[in-house]
Design a protein around this ligand. Structure first.
Ligand SMILES: Nc1nc2c(ncn2[C@@H]2O[C@H](COP(=O)(O)OP(=O)(O)O)[C@@H](O)[C@H]2O)c(=O)[nH]1
Ligand SMILES: [Mg+2]
Length: 214
C-alpha cells in the first residue's frame, strides 16, 4: 500500500507546486530551493547573500527545520521578511507548507524568494516547491562521493555550491573528484566554489543568481 499512497501524496504536491509556480511567474518572483545535508552551510550562504542586498530589495526567505526557529532568527537580522516553517518531524518541505507560509504575507510580491529546505539529501528531492532553480550545497567535510550516493538530489539540481573551501588545506577532499561525480549524475550542472566564512567565491554565487533571475 505504501507505493500507491506515496504516489497520491506526490501528485497532490505537484498540483499545489504548479499553482505556486504560476503565482511566482505572474508576480515576477525568482524562487530558489536550497538543499543540502545538515550543516553544509545553507543558512550561512543566505546570511552572506542577504547582507549584500540593498534594503529596498524585495527579498524573502522561508526556512524549514524539523524543530526550532534558530535559522529564522539568524536570518531576520538582515531586515528582510523571514518565516520559519517547523515541520514537526517531516524531513522535507512540501508545496502546501510553502503555500501556507506565503499566505501569512498576504499579497506581498517578492523579487526573490529563497526556500531553505530541511537538511538532508534524500526526501527534499521528491517535493517540487514551484521553484525556478534548485541549488544543492556540498561542503568539503562531507566527502567527494556524495553526488554518487544521492544521485537524484544532484541530478535535479541546477547548481552545486561547494562550500567551506577555506577548510581545503585541512581535509583530504579533492574538489575535482567531487565535480566529476556531480557531472556523472548531471552533466549540465553548474558548479560554484565558495566559502561563507571568508567570502571567497560569493561574487560568483551572486552573479549566478543575477543571471538566472534575468
Ligand atoms: N569553515 C567554514 N565553516 C562554515 C562555512 N559555512 C558555514 N560554516 C559553518 O558550518 C556550520 C553550519 O552552518 P549552517 O549555515 O548552520 O548550515 P545549514 O545547516 O546547512 O543551514 C556553522 O557552524 C557555520 O558557521 C564555511 O564556508 N567555512
Ligand atoms: Mg540552516
Amino acid at each position: 500500500m505504501r507505493v500507491p499512497l506515496e504516489r497520491k501524496v506526490l501528485n497532490e504536491n505537484d498540483r499545489i507546486a504548479a499553482g505556486l509556480r504560476e503565482r511566482f511567474r505572474s508576480q515576477g518572483t525568482f524562487c530558489v530551493n536550497l538543499i543540502s545535508s545538515p550543516g553544509s552551510g545553507k543558512t550561512s550562504l543566505l546570511e552572506r547573500t542577504l547582507e549584500g542586498f540593498d534594503a529596498a530589495r524585495r527579498v524573502a526567505v522561508l526556512t524549514g527545520d524539523i524543530q526550532t526557529d534558530n535559522d529564522a532568527r539568524r536570518l531576520a537580522r538582515f531586515g528582510f521578511p523571514v518565516r520559519q516553517i517547523t515541520t514537526g518531524g517531516a524531513c522535507h518541505l512540501d508545496a502546501r507548507m510553502v503555500e501556507r507560509a506565503l499566505a501569512d504575507w498576504g499579497d506581498c510580491e517578492f523579487d526573490l524568494l529563497f526556500l531553505e529546505n530541511v537538511g538532508n539529501l534524500v526526501c527534499p528531492t521528491s517535493y517540487d516547491l514551484g521553484e525556478d532553480a534548485r541549488a544543492v550545497l556540498l561542503s568539503v567535510t562531507e566527502g567527494e562521493d556524495k553526488p554518487l550516493k544521492y544521485p537524484a538530489t544532484f541530478h535535479h539540481a541546477d547548481v552545486m555550491v561547494l562550500n567551506k573551501i577555506d577548510l581545503l588545506p585541512y581535509v583530504p577532499f579533492q574538489p575535482q573528484v567531487a565535480f566529476e561525480n556531480a557531472r556523472r549524475v548531471q552533466p549540465g550542472i553548474e558548479i560554484l566554489e565558495v566559502s561563507c566564512t571568508t567570502g571567497e567565491g560569493l561574487d560568483r554565487w551572486r552573479a549566478w543568481l543575477q543571471r538566472r533571475h534575468d
